[in-house]
Ligand binder design. Structure first.
Ligand SMILES: [Zn+2]
Length: 173
């Protein structure tokens, strides 16, 4: 956990470094709504100033424990954040037919309509686990720079990269 002060309004902020999305350069102060550069987090304070107001950031994201997919914008695809929910979900290019459970807005034809499958379920300790597999897609799925084999199922971790077609997604818990 990192404690910093907002450089604008000086509110104390408690940041869970493991929950910060990797693809952001700055974040909004929850109090004054001004942007704070991520680089400020490297100047962490080990001691919390108990007299100051402290707000918690990135610890209890509204997106919830089920995690979410962050879609990186490219020439075919606008930036998107897709919340996940419990169950078995197919993910792919959003079209008017053969709908996946989660449709990505894109004109990326290298992405199948049901390209990957994500299964989200609780383990014995009650923590959510996220299982990813390729859904027999035409162009296969790159997971952390390696192609998923037929029938291979991986457990995703925070920040993992998934490339389907020409579109890059990241999984965040
Ligand atoms: Zn502020």
């Amino acid at each position: 956990m990192i404690f910093i002060k907002c450089p604008h309004c000086h509110v104390g902020l408690k940041v869970d470094e493991g929950k910060i999305p990797l693809d952001i350069a700055s974040f909004k102060c929850p109090k004054c709504k001004q942007l704070i550069p991520i680089s400020l987090l490297s100047k962490e304070e080990k001691e919390r100033d108990n007299n100051s107001e402290t707000q918690v950031l990135f610890c209890n994201q509204q997106k919830g424990k089920m995690g979410y997919l962050s879609v990186t914008a490219n020439e075919f695809t606008p930036e998107q954040t897709i919340p996940l929910h419990e169950g078995t979900l197919t993910v792919g290019r959003k079209t008017t037919s053969q709908l996946a459970d989660i449709g990505i807005e894109t004109t990326d034809k290298a992405m199948s309509r049901k390209h990957i499958q994500i299964e989200i379920k609780k383990d014995a300790k009650g923590a959510y686990k996220h299982f990813l597999s390729d859904n027999k897609s035409k162009n296969h799925t790159l997971y952390n720079s390696k192609y998923l084999k037929d029938g291979e199922i991986v457990v995703m971790n925070n920040g993992d990269e998934i490339i389907i077609g020409r579109t890059v997604l990241h999984f965040y818990e």
